[in-house]
Design a protein around this ligand. Structure first.
Ligand code: NDP
Length: 488
């Protein structure tokens, strides 16, 4: 059985306490590797290494940092197939998805920020002919980067890439539920000759290793992606320590389908936005609101498409829905389905486990954590099913009569991460987009991403924005230098 190691000061090392956690393959339900159960001592070693490396890395030229990151990106790309397979085994997502999205995006994250720093500019402000102000941006120090399990290497690199590019050194913790590709990245760092101590990866539990990073006095900047409750706990620790914090949190994203939309496209993409990655993407549209005139058509289309999605072994090419990430998470999603029934919802399809072999799942996957994708109607926007994040292959569909009602329903949760609007009326598209409380509004599309745009949530979906200059700015401290002009 493979044993994962921490990556500290350029070396792969065992956790100091010698304790390990079981790492389970979701498709089989079997333990297949051991992950370090790191503690404060391991985090201390990592922070020490990152602090020592900070001087050299923060003062390296942008092109030196860029070259090191580009070498790493090339190695990730060269190992795409190996990493994609590892991601699938670790997370349960279909192999084609890891191959097409997760790993290529990790390469793009590294390349995007490695090259962005070669093209930045500085701000200058002239003060009424009396002074010139210029703004320096200096790396903020040792950055703590904590990422979740749903898009493991994709989101891990989305955090560490801007931090490293900006000149910070990093102590990072991937989710202990999906540690494998971050571990493989540390092996690639060694192969790439990445400078020791610049990136340190400590594996383990959020409440122990994660908390030790967040509360460490020598880690002044924390970038976190995960659930809103964890985000609140991190803010409670980091706030009184005056740390810079970026929080990318949960969502309950509305997907508005107006009667004038291209319904074929709306339904096709809504199937993806509801169920991609087993619905375990923070940007999934889990609440569909369809205008009454097309409501039945939307429900019928979604149900037919959801039923046709093949649920099964994520390593098989024809699989569209892999396994849910863990037994705990599957149980949570099943409870949400029960709640939807209690609240009076009609389950049109899914919400149950696929049959065992020989009818359904193959023998390898008989104990895996699978769930058929569910489409639910008959629930009002205020019920718990439509208010609380489920983060699984479950979507509700609710009718609305007019634009105002659609906007009210869309904005009726504590979340504000993203939203989709389907309409062929350009004026309506802009009008509705302006009124929706969300950090991102997609019009007639979903998950079309440009790495330069601001990415993040309003309300309980987060604090701050990632992406492009927003991320580079987050990992740096602006310093204004004011030079007086003497007029003799
Ligand atoms: P969690 O909040 O449970 O965990 C996220 C990470 O934080 C994990 O590495 C976790 O470790 C760690 N962690 C947990 N507790 C602490 C703590 N007290 N201090 C420091 N670190 C801690 O989220 P999940 O992993 O369950 O991910 C799913 C959530 O992430 C969903 O709510 C989803 O919406 C959100 N998400 C948001 C995105 C966005 O961009 N807005 C993108 C993707 C996901 P451990 O695994 O050991 O618990």
């Amino acid at each position: 059985m493979q044993t994962i190691a921490n990556y500290i000061d350029g070396n792969l090392i065992e956790p100091q306490g010698g304790a390990y956690l079981d790492n389970v393959e979701p498709a089989t339900g079997k333990v297949y590797s051991q992950t370090p159960d790191s503690d404060e001592g391991d985090v201390q070693l990592a922070v020490d290494a990152a602090t020592r490396a900070f001087q050299g890395w923060s003062q390296a030229s942008a092109s030196e940092r860029s070259d090191a990151m580009l070498s790493l990106a090339s190695l990730v790309e060269a190992n795409l197939e190996k990493l994609a397979r590892a991601e699938t085994i670790d997370n349960g997502k279909p192999l084609w998805l890891a191959r097409m999205v997760d790993i290529p995006r990790a390469v793009s994250n590294l390349r995007f920020f490695a090259t962005a720093i070669l093209h930045t500019s500085s701000e200058v402000h002239f003060t009424d002919g009396q002074a010139i102000n210029y703004t320096m941006r200096q790396p903020a120090g040792v950055a703590g980067c904590i990422s979740p399990w749903n898009l493991p290497l994709y989101l891990f690199t989305w955090k560490i890439a801007p931090a490293l590019a900006a000149g910070c050194t990093v102590v990072a913790k991937p989710s202990e539920v999906t540690p494998m590709t971050a571990f493989m990245l540390s092996e690639l760092c060694i192969e790439a000759g990445f400078p020791p101590g610049v990136l340190n990866i400590v594996h383990g539990l959020g409440a122990k290793a994660g908390q030790a990073i967040v509360s460490h006095p020598d880690v002044p900047v924390i970038s976190f992606t995960g659930g809103s409750a964890t985000g609140a706990s991190i803010a409670r620790t980091a706030g009184p320590m005056f740390k810079k914090v970026s929080l990318e949190l949960g969502g309950k994203n509305p997907n508005l389908i107006f009667a004038d939309a291209n319904l074929q496209a709306a339904i096709k993409i809504s199937v993806q936005s509801s169920f991609a990655n087993q619905g375990q993407i923070c940007l999934c549209g889990s609440r569909i609101f369809a205008q009454r005139a097309v409501f039945d058509q939307v429900v019928d289309g979604l149900v037919a498409a959801a039923k046709s999605l093949k649920v099964g072994d994520p390593l098989e090419e024809e699989t569209k829905q892999g396994a849910i990430v863990s037994k705990d998470h599957l149980d949570k999603v099943l409870k949400c389905i029960d709640l939807a029934k209690e609240e009076g919802g009609t389950i049109h399809c899914g919400g149950d486990r696929p049959p065992p072999p020989p009818e359904g799942l193959n023998v390898r996957c008989k104990d895996g954590f699978f769930l058929n994708p569910a489409v639910i109607t008959g629930l009002g926007p205020g019920c718990r099913t439509n208010q609380e994040e489920i983060f699984g292959p479950v979507v509700t569909v609710t009718p609305f009569d007019d634009e105002d009602e659609a906007i009210t329903m869309a904005n009726s949760t504590v979340y504000g991460l993203s939203s989709t609007v389907w309409t062929s009326d350009l004026d309506r598209a802009h009008r509705v987009a302006g009124k929706i409380q969300a950090g991102t509004v997609w019009i007639n599309c979903w998950l079309l991403r440009d790495l330069r745009v601001p990415f993040g949530g309003m309300k309980q979906s987060g604090v701050g924005r990632e992406g492009g200059e927003y991320a580079l700015n987050f990992f740096t401290e602006p310093k204004n230098i004011c030079v007086k002009i003497n007029h003799t």
